[in-house]
Design a protein around this ligand. Sequence first.
Ligand code: NIG
Ligand code: FE
Length: 410
Amino acid sequence: MRTRYSNIGKLYGTYNGPPALRKGEDLSFLPHIEEAFLLEEDGIIVEIGRMADLQGTVDREIDCEGNLVLPAWCDSHTHVVFAESRYQEFRMRLQGKLYEEIAKAGGGILNSAAKLGVASEDDLYLSAAERVKELIHNGVGALEIKSGYGLTPKSEYKMLRVIQRLKSNFPIDIKATFLGAHAIPKAFKNNRTGYIDQIINEMIPHVSKEGLADYCDVFCDKGFFTIEESRRILEAAYKYGMKAKIHANELAVSGGVQLACDMNAISCDHLESVTPVEIEYLKRHNTIPTLLPGTSFFLGIPYAPARKMIDAGLGICLASDYNPGSTPSGNIPFLLSLACIRMKLLPEEAIQAVTINGACALELEDTVGALQVGFKSNFIVLDGLRDLSEIMYFYGKSPIKQVVIGTNIF
Ligand code: NIG
Ligand code: FE
């Protein structure tokens, strides 16, 4: 079955040659074709071009009525498998408590772990599936999901099996990340090494044997896992075929960025607390700095210095961090408003940070994040917008008319 999307006002993300991470000045240039069409067959783009050159007949023709078309978002950092919202902690924060204080008092991640421990696998699947549906309707065409609210072998595997089920049942690419090292569970409060040993000797081998995860992540930050602990865990994961992703420098300048770079992690995520030293370090390595402006917005902490990073020549990625504690939202268009308004990105920079660069942070840059022949036909038709900047300008309003994922139209 061949479907042709015609009368596209501008078709964005049409790179010449295989797309790679967009860095520095290149981030502000988003290649496109004006007055374009896109031909999809069995979920794959088989032709793109200008309307003036359109030829032949197809099974189905869809008129895009001059609207702008973008690659679907690639959200490379989420925690969408969780049991319940943490609105009680939100109320505590509104009354002046800090995120770290709540975590220290047994709230935060441990609160989510207690709730997830007693939730059934089916219930967890159903609530996570609703969130994935919501993300797809908001334009997400590829997604990463972490475990990390289990914190026991049994509950971590339960979360990872839920992610596997989401992978099988949804038409978008989903990557799974094992985040057993998200917090030290209550039972190991006075025996950190015991928990880390359990992650290394029991969980990582099992996760690898069952093929439950693509990556391994550690919350390497003040009050969570130290550099040495993080290194031990990630080295063990490498031995079992899982590459690293790291939560680093959210709460303090922790050395997590350097660790991520030294370990050749795919990405180091958060970076709300970085200095010029980290920026220089990142420039000499391939680890992708992934920034999560929704977390800064919701927790009221500083934004990562995205402008400085791009001006230094880095290729940043943006992701939602959708989770019940620090970012209970997967609204990418709102995140793009934050990136432009609070981080001073240009619309083209923000969009590429969450399309092609998001694809790179998922190691899927050969199939998603761009609109080229041979790529998946995953794209967003904008709703009457005259310019890309209107996505950010009309903040809080959905800019989306349709989301196309392969042969499906949402
Ligand atoms: O990425 N920073 C660590 N983990 C999550 C939030 C965890 C939580 O509060 O549930 C994050 O922000
Ligand atoms: Fe996170």
